[in-house]
Write a protein that binds this ligand. Structure first.
Ligand code: RB5
Length: 149
């Protein structure tokens, strides 16, 4: 049985076929992260909205505190994730974006493109995303506005 604090430390990860190779590479590159792998489990074609939804539901249920989503470009899966009101998903291509989405936007999900971002940069993006805090202050009222839509 995983308790609530333990769940918050888990990082959900999900992808479509375009993100499968990068998902597997990130799990190997970051073995100390407590991953909750929600699939997909092969390079066979699947639909990215299904995996964004799985991850959004896991976060809503408290099964994980943060999430990583990967499709070919990162675009479709980030659009899908942001349809969920409790998700603030940031598609990033560099470490600066990964840091800023935490500091300014309190992003709880990071999206990456498996066909656009290399493994080394993706690993550094995930590390920055998981280790950077929200700055609050002037950014909090903007987050509150997002929640009011
Ligand atoms: C799948 O071919 C591809 O369209 C998908 O992974 C993603 O890039 C969509 O935005």
């Amino acid at each position: 049985m995983v308790d609530k604090d333990e769940s918050a430390r888990l990082v959900a990860i999900a992808c479509d076929h375009g993100g499968f190779a990068l998902k597997e590479a990130l799990k190997v590159a970051l073995p100390d992260v407590r991953w909750l792998d929600l699939g997909t489990d092969s390079a066979a074609s699947v639909d990215y909205p299904d995996f964004a939804q799985k991850l959004a539901e896991a976060i809503k249920a408290g099964q994980a505190g943060r999430g990583i989503l990967i499709c070919g470009s990162g675009i479709g899966i980030s659009i899908a994730a942001n349809r969920h009101a409790h998700i603030r998903c940031a598609l990033v291509h560099d470490v600066t974006g990964a840091r800023l989405c935490r500091q300014h936007n309190d992003a709880n999900v990071l999206a990456l493109g498996g066909r656009t971002t290399g493994e080394v940069v993706a690993k550094e993006c995930v590390e920055a995303f998981l280790s950077t805090g929200f700055e609050g202050g002037r950014h909090q009222k903007r987050i509150d506005k997002l929640a009011s839509f």
